[in-house]
Design a protein. Structure first.
Length: 78
């Protein structure tokens, strides 16, 4: 990206990728619905929403730092 450093002067700066995460809080009022949403985001349709509609590449395969805590419905997706 070009940043203006002074009036009429610009400097190129390289950025780094932004990586998003998602979780289900322990005290979620509807953990099953939250798991359904995550399952949707990891689906082909969810990838389209992120990549095509919003220009955000998806980390594939998805990563999980503690798979033992995953709901059963998500365990096979990471």
């Amino acid at each position: 990206v070009e940043l203006e450093t002074a009036p009429g002067e610009y400097s190129a700066k390289a950025g780094k990728a932004i990586v998003y995460g998602i979780t289900i809080p322990k005290n979620a009022s509807n953990a099953e619905l939250a798991a359904d949403f995550i399952e949707f985001m990891l689906s082909e349709t969810g990838h389209k929403v992120l990549e095509v509609d919003n220009g955000q590449p998806v980390v594939d395969p998805p990563a999980c730092d503690n798979p033992n805590n995953l709901p059963e419905s998500l365990a096979s997706l990471v």
